[in-house]
Design a protein around this ligand. Structure first.
Ligand code: ADP
Ligand code: MG
Length: 364
């Protein structure tokens, strides 16, 4: 397995810049997820790492060897695409065996490795079947088996689950970490689904419009997004943004939310100390998980009213309004509230972000 390094990759298709100066290092054996909306350049970056596409500028390294000019087979990459590809004339066993034709020394080794891959993907019972005898979910398991049966430098999965229905997707998603552990290789997994990335990745890279905004562990990306897009794209339900301005009174920092001022914590004050010149026209970001509702007045809360309630089963997504500010809060379904009621929102200060909407930078 290899460490993969993309160094200042730019890719231009005619006039469209699909990738803009992307640099990333993916360590040996890491499960790396490349996450971004459709059209952000994920497949293009994967094709460049695989050697299926040449970058306009920049280089690709495997373990510090420059592989930019090497073909996919010289790079020894195993890849799974969104649409499974298998030979309909061969049975499943032979389809998987074909992938290691050049790697094995004996029929016994071939059998052992095909069986190992099939058991990892739980498709042993289908090995003698052909294409028309299995469903789409099994078919995608077969394409994953075909990839992981190989001893490749890097395993690339480009949205392998996006054409499966929700149940199949969830079951295969939960198996991916185990598969990664057993295979022990460097995995690069592409998805537009942030829940999928958060659930399976060691590290996530967030791509948008060809630019890599942030690389970090799921926790780093969730708790410390570097800009507004990352904060927005990660997390469900989506983070709230409300217009705010800050003011310093008697050495305490306050943020204006709707009709109230909320005192910010010491850490926020320290982080904002160097920026006291710009206290107006900012935004406050807070996730629905980090707001709680009190039905009676409590210290340091924001009086507001319940605008609407959406039931999510065991929890409620509640939109609260204070003056011109509206924000959503996730709370337990047992809470006794009604639309129109006056309540008090309590923001978890540890998880308040302040954003400069001009640069989209998350200041804290
Ligand atoms: N071969 C190509 N020729 C022209 N434009 C392309 C080509 N491949 C991709 N693009 C464009 O590059 C951008 C990124 O595409 P892609 O890498 O497929 O994004 P993603 O996989 O994130 O959906 C899109 O705007 C797409 O239309
Ligand atoms: Mg794609």
């Amino acid at each position: 397995m290899a460490k993969v390094r993309a160094d200042r990759i730019t890719k231009v298709f005619k006039t469209l810049k699909a990738l803009d100066d992307v640099s990333v290092t993916i360590d040996h054996g890491l499960f790396f997820c490349l996450l971004g909306p459709s059209g952000s350049g994920k497949t293009t970056l994967m094709r460049i790492i695989a050697g299926l596409e040449t970058p306009t500028r920049g280089s690709v390294f495997f373990d510090d060897e420059d592989v930019t000019e090497l073909s996919p087979s010289e790079r020894n990459i195993a890849m799974v695409f969104q649409f499974p590809s298998i030979y309909p004339s061969l049975n499943i066993y032979d389809n998987i065996a074909l992938a290691i034709r050049r790697e094995v020394n004996s029929k016994q080794e071939e059998r052992d490795r095909v069986r190992w891959a099939a058991s990892l993907l739980r498709i042993e019972e289908h090995l003698n079947k052909r294409y028309h005898e299995i469903d789409f979910g099994i078919l995608q398991r077969v394409s994953i088996a075909k990839a992981i049966v190989r001893k490749a430098q890097v395993y690339i999965f480009d949205e392998p689950l996006s054409n499966l229905d929700t149940k199949l997707r969830e079951s295969l998603r939960s198996e991916f970490q185990r598969i990664h552990k057993e295979v022990g290789g460097t995995f690069i997994y592409v998805t537009h689904d942030q829940l999928e990335a958060m659930a399976i990745a060691d590290k996530i890279g967030v791509l948008r419009d060809g630019r890599l905004y942030q690389v970090g562990t799921p926790d780093e990306i969730y708790y410390h997004p570097v800009n507004k897009f990352v904060a927005y794209f990660i997390g469900s339900p989506t983070i709230n943004f409300v217009d705010t301005k800050l003011k310093m009174v008697e050495n305490k920092l306050y943020a204006y939310v709707g009709d109230s001022y909320l005192q910010l914590g010491e850490e926020s004050k320290r982080a904002l100390q160097s920026r006291v010149d710009k206290l107006e026209n900012l935004q406050l970001g807070i996730r629905p998980h980090d707001i709680s509702i009190s039905t009676t007045p409590v210290a340091d809360s924001i009086p507001c009213y319940v605008n609407y309630i959406e039931s999510l089963g065991t929890s409620l997504l509640v939109e609260l309004k204070s003056g011109s500010a509206a924000f959503k809060c996730l709370c337990d379904a047992t809470i006794n509230i009604k639309e129109g009621m006056q309540v008090y929102a309590v923001f978890d200060k540890e998880h308040i972000h302040i954003i400069d909407p001009e640069t989209e930078e998350v200041i804290i």
